[in-house]
Design a protein around this ligand. Structure first.
Ligand SMILES: *Cc1c(COP(=O)(O)O)cnc(C)c1O
Length: 512
């Protein structure tokens, strides 16, 4: 509360200072009338609760207001431009939501007998079909629950394929520095060692340095394309040929597929495994931990090692292959699934949204999605490049990377600049990532912003840049001034998070 201005209750205009629901407790208050519990014999064997249950008592209108006010504190793509680079925060068409709520899709259970959910299995099969078609790849594992989970799936498939060939000694994964941070993390989690390759002056992987690292102990090259500098890695085909010649596989982080969908087929680039973030390319509300879906397309060499389950279509309709034993005869003994990644069959609600998005856009519409996302990012970059500092020459893909050279000697940092954007009504762009440039600002406008929306955003970037260069340092150091909270101690919050709220009584007792 210390940060709120001097209004009587700490509210800011119509934005209320909201107490925790437990602090709003009126003991005994309830929004529902429950019938009295009929008297009967005690069946709890002495385990009956002795104290209060500890749930807050509130009336129905109090609860509705609490959650409505909280929802208004959540900046979302539905409230404004959300330029968070590498996250693809784009409009989620309401048609997707309508389809996901159809009772025949929303009210089914993954343990229902397959003959009662033929439509749902057909839908999974259809999403799989379009992912294979759009990527030019022969197989896809549908179950991974996020992009990073897809990376795990891809690397475990590679691991299984290497073990099968008797190449278990291949333990090294070559990862360019322009890769997403999840890439080296995943490689390490699967037990590989991570060998970084520097970026060249053009923001792409240094081909000679990468080639020099290939050898008999290399399991794979793991490369993000478009990379986290927002640039297309043009040497993919050469890299694929070289890593294959060295006996390894090529993993591509395809989370940024939205920049190339409908225009480039990763299968044509020699890629062996690539995850696709359905929640980015094919829309779905995401952030704050979910939901996500990261299906992984696989080359013919890796397809046999894909995890269960998958959908098959026989003369009796659709069914699921759920175990390695079941996989054997159905595929003439060629399938050797490495195991299972998660319960059930994948993120069904997201499959519905992804298919809706694909079918409503069509092939030409999807090509337009990638075209417009690239155009929007380049429009921003071109509109600020005379005053801010784009990190690399030439056009970008779906996001543009700037660094802090334009702030030199102003006393303003990338963090200050980002905080000042909050005062101007914008969620900041991704900052200090990627690490390959100093004080990075990574902006991804996506294809769903209008020209007017982009022009307003550009006006704010240019206005703040002018203010920084004019020496208005205090404006930046004090920002955000108009947000419900000012600068938080983010380091302390990360190092010693307070994860449990204690009632006043307990707090008092703890202090004594
Ligand atoms: C978003 C992203 C990821 C991680 O995806 P999650 O669904 O958050 O796990 C990985 N790589 C790149 C390039 C990304 O943009």
């Amino acid at each position: 509360m210390s940060n709120t201005p001097g209004t009587i209750l700490g509210h800011r205009g119509l934005d209320h200072e909201e107490a925790l629901i437990f602090e709003q407790d009126s003991p005994g208050m309830t929004g529902v009338d429950l019938p009295a519990v009929p008297a009967g014999p005690d069946r709890l064997g002495g385990l009956a609760r002795k104290g209060a249950i500890g749930l807050p008592g509130l009336s129905e209108p109090d609860i509705v207001r609490h959650y409505t006010r909280l929802s208004r504190k959540n900046y979302a793509i539905d409230s404004g431009l959300y330029p968070l680079g590498s996250c693809t925060m784009k409009h989620n068409p309401r048609l997707n939501e309508k389809m996901a709520r159809l009772p025949g899709l929303a009210d089914i259970h993954p343990l229902q007998p397959v003959e009662t959910v033929q439509g749902a299995l057909k839908l999974i099969d259809e999403v799989a079909h379009w992912l294979k078609t759009l990527t030019g790849m022969p197989a896809v594992a549908m179950s991974p629950g996020a992009g990073a989970h897809g990376e795990l799936c891809g690397l475990m498939s590679i691991h299984a394929a290497l073990e099968h060939k008797g190449h278990g000694h291949r333990r090294r994964i070559v990862v360019p520095e322009s890769a997403h941070g999840t890439n080296p993390a995943t490689a390490a989690l699967v037990g590989f060692t991570v060998d970084p390759v520097p970026a060249n002056a053009r923001g792409r992987v240094d081909l000679d340095a990468l080639t020099a690292k290939l050898g008999p102990d290399v399991a794979a090259v793991m490369i993000t394309n478009p990379n986290t500098c927002g640039l297309f890695e043009g040497d993919m085909r050469i890299i694929a040929d070289r890593v294959h010649a060295a006996g390894g596989f090529l993993y591509c982080d395809g989370a940024n597929f939205n920049a190339i969908v409908g225009r480039v087929r990763p299968g044509d680039l020699g890629i062996d495994a690539m995850h696709i973030n359905l929640h980015k390319t094919f829309s779905t509300p995401h952030g704050g931990g979910g939901p996500g879906a990261g299906p992984v397309v696989l080359s013919a060499a890796l397809a046999p090692f894909a995890p269960v389950p998958w959908v098959v279509h026989g003369k009796d309709g659709f069914s699921l292959v759920e175990t390695a034993a079941a996989a054997g005869p159905a595929s003439a003994g060629t399938a050797k699934p490495f195991g299972r990644l998660k319960g059930f069959h994948g993120q069904m609600g997201m499959f519905v949204r992804a298919l809706t998005y694909m079918l409503s856009h069509g092939r030409d519409g999807l090509a337009r999605v990638s075209g417009d996302s690239v155009l929007a990012a380049n429009y921003i970059m071109a509109s600020v490049s005379d005053v801010m500092t784009p990190s690399f020459d030439g056009p970008c893909m779906h996001e543009c990377l700037l660094d802090d050279r334009f702030l030199k000697d102003t006393g303003v940092t990338t963090l200050d600049f980002a905080k000042a954007m909050i005062d101007e009504g914008y969620h900041p762009m991704t900052v200090y990532f990627p690490l390959v440039v100093h004080g990075a600002m990574l902006i991804e406008p996506t294809e769903s912003e209008s020209k007017r929306s982009l022009d307003d955003f550009i006006k704010v970037l240019r206005g703040l840049t002018a203010a920084a260069k004019a020496g208005e340092v205090a404006r930046f150091k004090n920002a955000p001034m108009f947000a419900p909270r000012r600068r938080l101690d983010e380091t302390r919050a990360a190092r010693s998070p307070v994860l449990r709220w204690k009632p006043k009584l307990e707090q008092g007792a703890a202090a004594e």
